[in-house]
Design a protein around this ligand. Structure first.
Ligand code: 5RP
Length: 231
């Protein structure tokens, strides 16, 4: 399967929901990057659009394309947020955070009047959890927070979960906000909403990568076209 074509087709479909003058939440990752590219074309065609980026990487891309950047602190209105996902279930619950931008992505998606997810079809799963769940935590007392996450997971029935501090080139990955990411290998999450609530209640956890009951529509793409999942 040509995943990139699927990502592009999904992004093109999402672009049909954009109207002139909108303030857009701009997601992070290779699929969201297609959407940002298309918005760059609209701006070059003379459309007035503003973008609230969910990462420094997306900010750089949007700036290169001439999209006017709005800081999240400068607006209380986001008309539409469009972002990718690492996994999505039939109830439109998501795992996000593969690109370490989950806190900013969730703030923007939650604030948006409408949240559309775009993904290649490989992201569609019967149940979440094969993709290790990212949890963004404060660096302060991080080992204590990891111990608390482990305890909470055990209380939720995940006795043998493997927790890994995300690292690259021998150093811990820092998010744009200076936080750390703990990847939790859980295999299968039967009640994502309950787990989201339990993890987000731990002091030191900034956000977990479960996005439950937030998504208005998922547009899946593959080389043959798109399909839409909506509540
Ligand atoms: C970043 C994310 C991304 O949306 C997710 O990782 C999907 O990325 P891609 O479109 O490259 O597959 O959550 O934090």
């Amino acid at each position: 399967m040509d995943k990139d074509r699927g990502k592009r087709l999904a992004a093109e479909e999402a672009a049909k929901h954009v109207e002139r003058g909108m303030t857009l939440g701009l997601g992070t990752g290779s699929t969201a990057a297609h959407f940002v590219d298309i918005m760059g074309v609209r701006v070059a065609e003379g459309w007035s659009l503003k973008g609230v980026p969910t990462s420094e990487e997306t900010r750089r891309q949007a700036e290169r394309l001439g999209i006017e950047i709005i800081e999240p602190d400068e607006t209380t209105v986001i008309d539409l947020a469009v972002d990718g996902a690492d996994e999505a279930d039939p109830n439109l619950n998501l795992i996000k955070g593969g690109g370490a931008a989950l806190l900013r992505e969730k703030v923007v998606a939650h604030a948006a009047k409408k949240f559309i997810v775009i993904a290649d079809k490989s992201k569609r799963v019967a149940a979440l959890g094969a993709f290790p769940l990212p949890v963004e935590i404060s660096p302060f007392g991080w080992a204590l927070t990891v111990a608390a996450i482990r305890k909470t997971l055990a209380g939720q029935g995940f006795d043998k979960s493997e927790l890994t501090l995300r690292a690259a080139d021998g150093a811990a990955v820092k998010t744009d906000g200076g936080n750390l990411i703990i990847d939790c290998a859980l295999a299968r999450i039967d009640d994502p909403a309950r787990l989201e609530k339990a993890l987000n209640a731990i002091p030191g956890v900034m956000e977990c990568g479960l996005f439950c009951a937030m998504t208005d529509m998922i547009i899946y793409g593959d080389e043959d076209g798109i399909s839409i999942a909506a509540p």
